[in-house]
Design a protein. Structure first.
Length: 189
């Protein structure tokens, strides 16, 4: 009787665990998500001449990515990584928050480059709701000119944590800020 009870418990445990396996068993990246991620990145590699068309393309990618997410078609680290970038290029706080959630999932699934996008999405979300960024990934270009990282809470995280998150330490961030300022100044008439 004991043997039968253990056997049934083992079968029950096996069936319970099997319910979680299908999503984990898919090892192939979603090709549609991969294509949308590539298109998202390609759009940002050139000067955007038609901003309305770029905005429309970003919107279409977010709509389709949300559909893929809702249908369970995104399951791999690369799927969530690409989806995080698509929503990072959104236009409202909810987009950036979802981007952060997706980036964290990509990191949890082992994507080696997800640390940076997880930090960047959190910073963008925080700034979009009027709070200071904490990693130092966001640069703003105010209408009056120049470049700023503000608001930025530099005291919350230490440089070791920033480096581990692949965002660079404060000195590297300051160098990048100065480079951007010089580039903006050089581009002014």
């Amino acid at each position: 009787m004991r043997r039968l009870a253990r056997g049934l418990m083992g079968i029950g445990l096996g069936l319970a665990l099997a319910g979680a396996v299908p999503a984990l068993a898919q090892t192939a990246d979603n090709p549609e998500m991969a294509a949308m991620f590539q298109a998202d990145q390609a759009q940002r590699m050139t000067d955007i001449e038609d901003h309305e068309a770029a905005f429309a393309a970003d919107t279409q990618r977010r709509v389709r990515t949300r559909e893929l997410l809702a249908s369970g078609a995104l399951v791999t680290a690369a799927d969530f990584f690409g989806a995080a970038f698509v929503f990072q290029h959104g236009n409202e706080p909810r987009d950036y928050l979802l981007a952060h959630v997706l980036a964290v999932r990509a990191a949890a699934l082992g994507h080696k480059d997800a640390e940076w996008i997880a930090a960047a999405t959190l910073d963008r979300y925080l700034q979009s709701i009027g709070q200071p960024q904490v990693y130092g990934t966001q640069y703003r270009f105010p209408e009056e000119g120049g470049v700023s990282m503000e608001p930025y809470d530099r005291a919350l995280l230490d440089d070791a944590f920033r480096k581990a998150s692949r965002v660079g330490d404060l000195a590297a961030q300051e160098r990048k800020l100065e480079e951007l300022k010089a580039a903006v100044a050089a581009s002014q008439p």
